[in-house]
Design a protein around this ligand. Structure first.
Ligand code: BG6
Length: 506
């Protein structure tokens, strides 16, 4: 690992939910694992007035998301790294106070001002914050590097993403901008690259000659919880597909990079996004199924419908489920369908990538009982993280009956391996200047290019239906029809990697 230089982490949106739930706990874990440099400081920034002590109480002493098996002395030592500065982030004239605070700080800013600015604010503030930082000279790197981490959503559609990129690039250089997608920080997501490119047995099969279809599911059992206000203006396509799911598609489908570095990998990813075949307008109704969860009762538990949730318009047409079929126009993937789906209030919380291999061309055992002749490789992203290969095995006894069996690996089995949280890994990478697991501007734009026509069609063509599905089910029934072919259905994953079946675990 590179030596980590002294630095300051400045978190905008310091009193917000993401900061308290994810960012501070991630940095705390880095602190406990001795990854922070000798001189390290955190400055929380937001409008609310806190003293340093008040903010330390909120972020550390009263924070239920910090791991609790750490001594009180260590907690105090971590809390002492944290400071707080109240400014009105929407008003450039108030930023001078932040600059003074940085300049007067002992430690990391004395000789060199290496700074990470983490924008954990509403997206409407991203450009204003970047411009205000540039205005007070905090984008210049003469006296230390300056990096900007931007949370999702990056834009609301293609046009706003282009505009945001333009505005950011007006004040920071591309290599200073780190667009975060927390899925890329997940250990199991990174393992997609390793499984593909560190093994010689998979890559020769990784193409249209052997793969029948690729399926990606990201299901959540929760509803919109307290985020109805935000979600109702976004929907599943913007919230999950444009970023997290397309990132998974890129890792599954990209060409091998020449080197393991940020540019080489991100060049391949952008090529892949550019090869996504836009879904033609007249196919959107058939190839993109959207749904919205309805009230239901499961095992005597009442689940409210989406339109009854706090902050949601009672006539809302925002999708809480989306399933898509599309193609990648290149040599490797020509004519291989990709199916992806994501939804809230589904029967369980699970994310996985399934590679379905083509069946044998010559059915040698056709006179015997064959339960399933197609091989399947499953990457379980969460929970019960692991990898599963399904293949046919002879049933012991006379004859040649074939049964599908599982060969599985579970991350849990590596009892001594520490699996860092996604934010922990990503913040550490940014501290070292490694942008490999962050999205580059051109690839975010290319991903929007694919999504934008769908959003436009939904907006303009009111004959495209939005289907209701009872909370706790796998979305609209007709999302099954997306998968064409005899006996071809989605895999219905369960909490346990090796189980599947169309039932509800709620
Ligand atoms: C976020 C979305 O980016 O990802 C949320 O805004 C979603 O709506 C979350 O719940 C899912 O993340 P994870 O890591 O729980 O799969």
């Amino acid at each position: 690992m590179k030596k980590i230089e002294d630095q300051v982490l400045i978190i905008f949106g310091a009193s917000g939910d993401l900061t308290i739930r994810k960012l501070i706990p991630a940095v705390f874990n880095l602190f406990c694992r001795d990854y922070l440099p000798e001189n390290y400081k955190i400055i929380g920034v937001s409008r609310t007035a806190y003293s340093d002590e008040d903010y330390r109480k909120k972020a550390v002493y009263d924070n239920p998301h910090l791991k609790d098996d750490i001594s009180a002395e260590k907690r105090t030592a971590f809390a002492d790294l944290i400071h707080y500065q109240s400014i009105d982030t929407s008003d450039t004239s108030t930023y001078g106070a932040l600059k003074d605070r940085l300049a007067n700080m002992s430690g990391p800013t004395k000789s060199k001002q290496n700074c990470i600015f983490y924008l954990s604010t509403p997206p409407s503030l991203y450009a204003t914050i970047a411009k205000s930082l540039a205005h007070i000279g905090l984008s210049h790197e003469d006296d230390g590097w300056k990096r900007l981490i931007i949370e999702k959503p990056f834009g609301y559609d293609l046009q706003s993403a282009l505009a945001l990129n333009r505005e950011l690039l007006g004040c920071f250089k591309e290599d200073q901008i780190y667009r975060i997608d927390h899925y890329l920080g997940k250990e199991t997501v990174q393992n997609l690259l390793v499984t593909r490119f560190a093994n010689s047995i998979f890559e020769p099969l990784w193409n249209r000659n052997y793969i029948h279809r690729v399926e990606i599911t990201s299901a959540e059992s929760v509803g919109v919880e307290k985020r109805g206000g935000y979600y109702d203006g976004a929907g599943a396509l913007r919230d999950m597909v444009q970023n997290h799911l397309l990132q998974l598609v890129s890792l599954v489908a990209m060409e091998p990079p020449a080197r393991m570095d940020a540019n080489a990998i991100r060049n391949e990813k952008v090529k892949l996004f550019q090869a996504l075949r836009p879904i033609p307008l007249d196919k959107i109704k058939k190839h993109v199924i959207r749904g919205q969860y309805l009230e239901s009762h499961i095992r005597n538990q009442h689940m409210p419908g989406y339109r009854e949730e706090e902050g949601v318009n009672p006539d809302s047409r925002t999708e809480t489920f989306v399933a898509l079929k599309f193609f990648v126009d290149n040599w490797r993937w020509a004519d291989v369908p990709f199916y992806i789906r994501s939804g809230k209030r589904l029967p369980t919380r699970v994310s996985e990538v399934v590679i379905h291999f083509k069946p044998n061309h010559h059915h040698l055992f056709k006179k015997s009982r064959v339960t399933n002749s197609q091989n399947m490789l499953v990457f379980r992203i969460q929970p019960n993280e692991g990898v599963l290969l399904k293949f046919g095995l002879k049933v012991p006894g006379t004859g040649f009956d074939v049964e599908t069996v599982n060969m599985d690996f579970h991350y849990d089995d590596l009892t001594d391996a520490y699996v860092p949280d996604a934010y922990e890994r990503l913040i550490l990478d940014c501290m070292q200047g490694d942008a490999t697991l962050y999205a580059r501007g051109d690839s975010v734009e290319a991903a929007w290019q694919f999504i934008d026509p769908i959003l436009k069609a939904w907006e303009e063509d009111h004959s495209i239906p939005i289907f209701g599905y009872p909370a706790g089910t796998w979305g609209p029934e007709n999302s099954d029809d997306l998968i064409e072919g005899k006996n071809m259905i989605w895999r219905y994953p369960c909490k346990n990697l090796t189980d599947d079946g169309n039932y509800c675990e709620l």
